[in-house]
Design a protein around this ligand. Structure first.
Ligand SMILES: Nc1ncnc2c1ncn2[C@@H]1O[C@H](COP(=O)(O)OP(=O)(O)OP(=O)(O)O)[C@@H](O)[C@H]1O
Ligand SMILES: [Mg+2]
Length: 278
């Protein structure tokens, strides 16, 4: 653990060759998987994260919204221990056993699907775990396929299986469904929710999509000007219905927080949505 600019402490199991204190493993308060205090990230003269605070509880599914460029990926990278240049006067606590999933599946093209899931682990137990995860994501029987023999959605399922194979305490996901078509995306929502209920990691899901956030998360955050400006619990009956009045209420409030107004419905069509100039 090395000091980062400003004395920020970062705790993480990922080796971080950095000057910030990253403490991976278990110093978050009881019931907290992630605890961030006073996290700052500057690029040149520009402050993207500005003394940010964040807490995520055990098994909690948190969605993070924010305009493009607001710093969502920057935050996720800092939590994943992938950013050696975070600073601040506080601390970043994330569990040792965390995994990350990105918009692109990032599979190794020279490894078959099962090898991509178990990532270097060998032995019967690892193989069995890999096979189980693949079955859970609907890819039983594709263990020996090469990544380029899978569709984009299937590749993302493999990435999800890989992310869960080590039973992480924390799953960090940066727009994991951003490149998928609408139908595949909806299927992946169901799958992610189901897998998270089974494996119970805490989740931080970065997304642009307000509907995705409300459909999946226990709590939705909005990142703006370097801080969390909205932090709202989502309590809806399961299964969540997009037409439920409380779903629509959350949606509207979050869109407003993101600076988006909804125009009255055009005849026979969905409400037009447009970004306000601010
Ligand atoms: N390595 C870098 N060097 C310089 N500026 C950077 C770097 N990484 C990110 N930034 C800047 O930091 C800001 C936040 O970027 P970030 O990728 O975190 O945004 P984001 O909220 O994830 O956006 P999007 O929704 O488009 O993915 C942007 O203005 C970006 O240009
Ligand atoms: Mg991003």
């Amino acid at each position: 653990m090395a000091p980062h600019p400003g004395g920020l402490t970062v705790h993480t199991d990922v080796h971080v060759d950095t000057e910030v204190h990253v403490d991976i493993e278990g110093h978050a308060g009881t019931g907290s998987v992630v605890r961030v205090r006073g996290l700052t990230r500057r690029f040149g003269g520009r402050t993207v994260l500005d003394g940010l605070d964040l807490e995520i509880g055990e098994n909690e599914f948190v969605a993070l919204l924010g305009r493009s460029g607001s710093g969502k990926s920057t935050l996720l990278r800092a939590l994943a221990g992938l950013d050696p240049d975070v600073a601040g006067d506080g601390e970043v606590d994330v569990p040792a056993n965390s995994s990350v999933i990105f918009q692109d599946a990032r599979l190794l093209p020279w490894q078959r699907v099962l090898a991509n899931v178990v990532l270097g682990a060998s032995g019967a137990a690892a193989v069995r775990r890999g096979q189980e995860r693949l079955a859970e994501v609907g890819l039983a029987g594709r263990e020996r396929a090469w990544p380029n023999q899978l569709s984009g959605g299937e590749q993302q399922r493999v990435a999800l299986a890989r992310a869960l194979v080590g039973e992480p305490r924390l799953l960090l996901a940066d727009e994991p469904f951003g490149a998928l078509d609408a139908l595949t995306r909806i299927r992946m929502h169901g799958l992610l929710r189901e897998l998270c209920e089974r494996h119970r990691p805490a989740v931080l899901l970065v997304t642009h999509d307000v509907d995705e956030a409300v459909a999946l998360a226990d709590r939705v955050l909005v990142l703006e000007e370097g801080r969390i400006t909205v932090d709202t619990p989502i309590e809806l009956p399961a299964p969540r219905q997009h037409r439920h009045p409380r779903f629509l209420e959350h949606r509207e409030r979050l869109l407003a927080a993101l600076g988006v107004t909804q125009e009255p419905a055009s005849p026979g069509g969905r409400p037009a949505t447009e970004e306000t100039s601010r």
